[in-house]
Design a protein around this ligand. Structure first.
Ligand code: ADP
Length: 181
């Protein structure tokens, strides 16, 4: 049997250069919650670098600007050099492929997330098979946490400490003009 070409592992696996495996973690992050933090932290254990892709939907009025969300994410991870935060524009699969990502990371909170996430993953794979989707099951203790619910509860004076990182909590209280008792 003839020897495989020297770059066979690279071309067959398509996993990217060892030491440079990059995953993209997309979402709105308006604002970052402990659920997001867990998914990003697990991504940093599985991959060499993670780019948090912050969607900037012009039809949605966010509570925090892209710049504010970026700062909060970077602060929550102590400016980890393996973590980048960028604005997501256009098609996610193409955006991820253009940055050399091998994976799109998505958290699954409940079975209800699965059907839509599966369809998206299959569409993204159809568009760019070199970028796979990796689903991470949510920690049961944070599966009920979402940015929208945190904002709603905080706006009505509910205590959201522990559901968002401390820097996000401070920003939320400042923005909503409320103080947790
Ligand atoms: P999207 O609007 O795309 O769901 P989000 O900002 O809400 O964006 O979430 C970004 C990513 O983080 C998604 O993959 C989402 O499933 C995941 N995520 C959000 N909250 C949690 C949580 N509590 N546990 C696990 N994953 C979560």
């Amino acid at each position: 049997m003839s020897a495989p070409p020297s770059d066979s592992r690279q071309s067959v696996s398509g996993l990217g250069e060892p030491g440079q495996r990059l995953a993209v973690c997309p979402g709105s992050f308006d604002p970052l919650t402990v659920g997001h933090v867990a998914i990003i932290a697990r991504g940093l254990r599985l991959f060499d670098r993670v780019i948090v892709a912050v969607s900037v939907n012009i039809r949605k009025q966010p509570l925090f600007s892209f710049e504010e969300r970026t700062t909060m994410i970077r602060e929550a991870f102590d400016n980890d050099p393996r973590l980048q935060v960028e604005a997501l524009s256009g098609l996610l699969a193409t955006w991820a492929r253009d940055r050399g990502a091998v994976a799109i990371l998505r958290g699954l909170r409940a079975a209800a997330d699965f059907e839509y996430e599966l369809q998206m993953a299959q569409m993204n794979r159809h568009l760019h098979p070199e970028v796979d989707t990796v689903f991470l099951p949510s920690d049961p203790g944070v599966s009920y946490v979402s940015s929208s619910l945190v904002k709603e509860v905080a706006a009505l004076g509910g205590d959201v400490r522990g559901l968002v990182p401390p820097n996000v909590h401070a920003a939320l209280m400042g923005r909503l003009g409320t103080r947790t008792p």
